[in-house]
Write a protein that binds this ligand. Structure first.
Ligand code: SF4
Length: 311
């Protein structure tokens, strides 16, 4: 193996396949509800990420059961991670978060919890609440996207890289894991900027990473910039090269949760290659192979040392 994927990490820890189940608990986002902004990040689809089950009226339990049955059949999975994916799942009244955690903690065959959120929505009170439920595995999935404050301002994130480092340290002090979300191909960023973001992540107590290629969704500010000729997404070749170099620079103990983004077909404007997730992954793996490259190589980690984490 040339990188440390999440499925291997979970298999190593639980001794069997563990499948993530995406859930929508109906949370909001301070960058959408007017607290910080009403515009959101320039790439964010106003419908939010995730499944459409919530909008179809399914409760959390029903959403979980739907995917549980599906993944049991498809992958023979018997253990699951509840993944609160849509919007910022630690934003809002403590009582609401408590109710959601209470419900999730009663789900059967549960290996743990993953919570997608923003760095500015993770105070001690929220983390103490999560700690009370004693999930076997807790991942906070925190959006950083870039370690450059000028880019964060440009894409209207509404937080600084310093907010991220403080949040990660807080999460670590509670014994939870952080999975950072980063984006390659942000406006005005070059390959060196992306690699500096990886270096910034390496310097923090981060245990996981999700890589995303920036694609253009309908009804976003980024779509306007694209139509005005002010933004061009990376080509597949560029993304694959950036990813290889990013992986080479990444600490070998950081678990890779994702290698690329996964747009809904109906929301994707460009680039068309982003719509074929499996083909993109195939290209990344081929790139690693052809360059005899692996996670941590540029840091002096040998392939044998990397495989030590995988065993
Ligand atoms: S923080 Fe997340 S949910 Fe909020 S606007 Fe940005 S991408 Fe969308």
């Amino acid at each position: 193996m040339r990188y440390f994927p999440l499925n291997l990490y979970l298999k190593k820890k639980f001794g069997q396949r563990v499948q993530k189940i995406p859930l929508d608990a109906g949370f909001s986002c301070p960058n959408r509800d007017g607290t910080l902004s009403t515009q959101g990040c320039i790439f964010c689809n106003p419908q939010g990420s995730g499944t459409s089950l919530k909008t179809k009226g399914l409760s959390l339990k029903e959403q979980f059961s739907y995917f549980q049955a599906k993944f049991q059949k498809k992958y023979k999975a018997q253990l699951f991670l509840a993944y609160l994916q849509s919007y910022s799942n630690t934003y809002g009244p403590l009582e609401k978060i408590k109710k959601v955690l209470e419900e999730i903690s009663s789900f059967p065959q549960l290996a743990g919890l993953c919570l997608g959120t923003r760095p500015d929505c993770l105070d001690e009170e929220k983390l103490s609440l999560i700690a009370k439920y004693h999930f076997k595995e807790v991942w906070l999935e925190i959006g950083l996207q870039s370690a450059h404050n000028r880019t964060l301002a440009l894409i209207n994130r509404g937080h600084l890289k310093e907010d991220f480092s403080q949040a990660v340290k807080r999460v670590h002090s509670f014994g939870f894991k952080t999975c950072v979300h980063v984006i390659a191909g942000l406006p005005q960023e070059k390959e060196k900027d992306f690699l500096q973001t990886i270096e910034f992540i390496n310097s923090l107590p981060v245990q996981g990473i999700k890589f995303h290629n920036l694609y253009i969704c309908a009804n976003t500010r980024l779509a306007d910039l694209y139509k005005e000729g002010k933004y061009m997404p990376l080509s597949l070749k560029e993304y694959v090269t950036w990813l290889r170099k990013g992986l080479e620079s990444l600490r070998p103990d950081i678990v890779v949760h994702r290698l690329n983004g996964d747009p809904q077909p109906q929301e994707l404007i460009a680039p068309t290659w982003a719509g074929n997730k499996q083909e993109v992954i195939k290209n990344i793996l081929l790139e690693l192979e052809q360059h005899d490259s692996w996670q941590g190589k540029a840091r002096g980690t040998s392939l044998v040392e990397l495989n030590h984490f995988l065993l």
